[in-house]
Ligand binder design. Structure first.
Ligand SMILES: [Zn+2]
Length: 122
């Protein structure tokens, strides 16, 4: 059965995590990750839970996309390949758990310099 989830119980634990990590000297990426999880709540992003499959569905960043399928360990969002993403952090908070965000950094794609630009510079 799929039911709608009230995200507000996750707000306080996420704010506490943010305060604790900032005090401990969080990196910019870690700060952004936690802030974005909090923004999901403030944006009132629709959240549903499928109890039978132990999976959450969180509205995507663009309304035209299908909702992201989120568990504690996986997420179908574009950042799903990262160690943690904002959706998994939110789901963990809803489940009364805390993921370890310490030292989190986003994987950054290397910028590919276009050949044309290189030629113009030469
Ligand atoms: Zn995600």
């Amino acid at each position: 059965m799929i039911t709608e989830v009230n995200p507000f119980p996750a707000l306080q634990p996420l704010l506490e995590l943010l305060h604790r990590r900032v005090k401990a000297g969080a990196t910019a990426d870690e700060f952004n990750l936690i802030m974005r999880a909090i923004e999901l709540i403030n944006e009132r992003r629709p959240i549903f839970k499928d109890d039978e499959q132990y999976v959450y569905y969180i509205g995507a960043d663009e309304p035209s996309r299908v909702p992201y399928r989120v568990t504690l360990n996986s997420c179908t969002c574009p950042r799903g390949n990262e160690r943690i993403c904002k959706h998994r952090l939110l789901v963990a908070a809803l489940e009364g758990k805390t993921l370890n965000t310490e030292g989190f950094e986003y994987t950054r794609r290397k910028k590919v310099v276009k050949q044309e630009e290189t030629l113009q510079l030469a």
